[in-house]
Design a protein around this ligand. Structure first.
Ligand code: ATP
Ligand code: K
Ligand code: MG
Length: 670
């Protein structure tokens, strides 16, 4: 069984695997360590990763990228609406308010949910891993942004299930990075004070900042902060708008009105941005951008930096917030590690090093750290691997509250069930007095922490039905869990009936923070739930729970999604093998033509040679015309047909060879 970590980015995906001697990043077929996070639908077949990127300009309207932006979100979210304006593909609102991606495939318009497309991408990454490791891959850890909501996390698990993966943990990107940083740090003395590090990750679409503390044998996340909508692509967009205005003036073309031109100009702007990271100026040349016009321009780094000054300012916000939320100040910080390829813009490190008043550390591999940390975590969670004991404590970035039909439920100190910064996984046990079925609801308690745009509702749970035999002393104990993925669930509910009165308070919570280290799995010690001492003579009975997890697929929906994925895979395989058959026919034509002129020149008669040459020519013409897009069987049949013509000549040639060999052997024995 292999132990794999996936970093699924908005632009790049990285796959890392734990081996006995350390962590390796896997190469794809093109020998690259990064895989484009893209899925593209051709006419009759899908392309993934690098192949999808190659197909993107041909099929701009059916190539999906930046999937994470859409996952687990509602069509009407204003962030989503802003993104959709930039995306070349068509979308619509699903009947449940979700997003449908609409594209032409197999000759008709088809709809896919973001979860289905992410399933395709994950399945592609799984395949790369399986091919490289030569074993099936299922257990894994997948990186997610710390700001993901409950429904986004659930959507990830569904997509993983479609791909046949079993995530042992969805792990916050920065926590993975911090783990990879900490586990190799052996210079931390056991009794000295913790070392505090700030990690800043600037990706394609977002920025995540995290403060973590490291001690010998353990690490703990002190705070997560982020800007969901600030990443490398915003710098591309600054250039895009700049050149779009310029070209309107200079060439009288409005790229905004042309999907293909937008896709191409955006692509070129990203290249210009990268050139400017290493050079003081960059050229932009695009042939035939639109209206058959070639465009050219050039920009200096200075001008780019001016254009992006607003974005640079915005980067300060999550950095300051992470520091404030950690309760630390700059003097406590040992170093600042900058990761994510979006951070390669020189102005960014300049700005951050002046903000943090120090040179930035470069200990961490900026593009692979998330995947590497995930693979490490997977090794720690996997039963098949032994990793040195190392404790990982993550902190949850949102406050989560619970309420029942009787109003909000708070801890004895009047706190929320899971306040912001809660170390998780964590269990809280609620003790409630109820006579029959009741509901519990989980919600985000602070709208500002998530996004004013997102619903505060998380999930609801029906506890019941149950029957109590003698009223007053019946209590219901509910185990509420913020699990290893950062998803809120109810683990169990049980009815406890005492023979004598023993409850004084109406409702109670036993705080039962399970500061479980990540080296253990998320099944919690059952004895830890019963901190409230049960009277000897009490009776305990399990109560059924029905969860309404908003954002998750039902069993039937998941099954259907898996079936659809299977038939799409079948179609892809069919097209791949059709392509192979077509190539085989084509190579046979070329090879035979050559043999007829050389090898078989003396074996075949002139009329045979002419006849076969004509046939080869006809087959070649057919391949370019009617036979360009034929069925697998058609290619097989054509190949068999010419083989039949050539066979007699080949046999004659072989016989001749054998005779020559036999006479040679004979000569040798003499
Ligand atoms: P996210 O974290 O948002 O999901 P991701 O993990 O795919 O996305 P990264 O691979 O970390 O993102 O970074 C991609 C971004 O880095 C892109 O915007 C890309 O243009 C940018 N980038 C890559 N190389 C350079 C460079 N040399 N100079 C500037 N930007 C670069
Ligand atoms: K990445
Ligand atoms: Mg990233």
């Amino acid at each position: 069984m292999s132990v794999v970590g996936f970093d699924v980015g908005n632009e790049n995906c990285v796959i890392a695997v734990a081996k006995q001697r350390g962590i390796d990043v896997l190469l794809n077929d093109e020998s690259n360590r990064e895989n484009p996070a893209m899925v593209s639908f051709g006419e009759k077949q899908r392309f993934m990763g690098a192949a999808a990127a190659a197909s993107a300009t041909m099929h701009p309207k059916s190539t999906i990228s930046q999937l994470k932006r859409l996952i687990g979100r509602k069509f009407s979210d204003s962030d989503v609406q802003n993104d959709l304006r930039l995306f070349p593909f068509e979308t619509s609102e699903d009947s449940d308010g979700g997003i449908l991606i609409r594209l032409r495939y197999m000759g008709e318009m088809q709809s896919f949910t973001p979860v289905q497309i992410l399933g395709m991408l994950l399945s592609h990454l799984k395949q790369i891993a399986e091919k490289s490791l030569n074993t099936p891959v299922s257990d894994c850890v997948i990186g997610i942004p710390s700001y993901f909501t409950n429904s986004q996390r659930l959507a990830y698990l569904d997509a993983a299930a479609i791909a046949g993966l079993r995530p042992l943990r969805l792990m916050h990107d920065s926590t993975a990075t911090a783990l990879g940083y900490g586990i190799y740090k052996t210079d931390l003395a056991a009794n000295s004070s913790p070392t505090y590090i700030v990690f800043v990750d600037i990706g394609h679409c977002d920025t995540q900042v995290c403060v973590a503390s490291f001690e010998s044998g353990s690490m703990r996340v002190r705070s997560h902060a982020f800007d969901r909508n600030l990443g490398g692509r915003d710098f591309d967009e600054v250039l895009f708008n700049h050149f779009a205005v310029e070209f309107k003036e200079k060439y009288n073309i409005d790229v905004y009105t042309n999907t293909k031109a937008c896709v191409r100009l955006r692509g070129s702007c990203e290249k210009v941005k990268k050139v400017l990271s290493a050079n003081a100026e960059a050229q932009l040349n695009i042939e035939c951008l639109m209206d058959e016009k070639d465009v050219r321009s050039f920009i200096k780094r200075e001008e780019f930096e001016q254009l992006s000054s607003g974005l640079l300012e915005r980067l300060i916000v999550p950095c300051k917030k992470a520091l404030t939320d950690s309760g630390l100040n700059l003097d406590h910080i040992h170093s600042v590690e900058l990761v994510g390829s979006g951070s390669r813009i020189p102005a960014i490190s300049k700005m951050l090093s002046s903000l943090f008043k120090r040179e930035l550390g470069r200990t961490v591999n900026a593009s692979e750290c998330v995947a590497r940390g995930c693979a490490l975590q997977c090794a720690m969670l996997s039963p098949v691997f032994r990793v040195r004991d190392y404790e990982v404590q993550d902190s949850f970035p949102f406050s989560i509250g619970f309420s029942s039909d009787k109003g909000p439920i708070n801890t004895p100190s009047n706190e929320l069930l899971f306040p912001k910064g809660q170390v998780f996984p964590s269990v809280k046990v609620l003790t409630l007095r109820r006579e029959n079925t009741f509901h519990l609801e989980a919600f985000y308690a602070n709208h500002d922490e998530i996004s004013p745009d997102l619903p505060t509702q998380i999930s609801s749970f029906m506890i019941g039905p149950f029957h109590i035999s003698h009223g007053e002393a019946a209590r219901v104990k509910v185990r509420v869990l913020l699990n290893l993925h950062g998803i809120v669930t109810i683990d169990s509910a049980s009815l406890i009936e005492d023979h004598k009165e023993n409850m004084t308070s109406e409702e109670a919570i036993s705080e039962n923070n399970h500061h479980s280290s990540a080296t253990k799995d998320n099944t919690l010690d059952p004895s830890s739930s019963s901190t409230g001492k049960e009277p000897k003579a009490s009776k305990r009975m399990e109560i059924p729970i029905v969860a309404n997890m908003s954002g998750a697929l039902t069993k039937d929906e998941l099954l259907e999604a898996k079936q659809r994925e299977n038939s799409l895979v079948e179609q892809d395989l069919k097209m791949e093998s059709t392509k192979d058959k077509k190539n085989a026919l084509e190579s046979f034509v070329y090879e035979m033509r050559d043999k007829m002129l050389n090898t078989y020149q003396n074996t075949a008669t002139e009329s045979e040679r002419e006849f076969i040459a004509r046939n080869l020519q006809e087959t070649e013409d057919w391949l370019y015309e009617d036979g360009d897009d034929e069925s697998e069987d058609a290619y097989i049949e054509k190949l068999n047909d010419i083989k039949k013509l050539v066979d007699p000549i080949e046999n004659r040639f072989k016989d001749g060879e054998e005779r020559v060999q036999a006479s040679k052997d004979l000569l040798k024995t003499i």
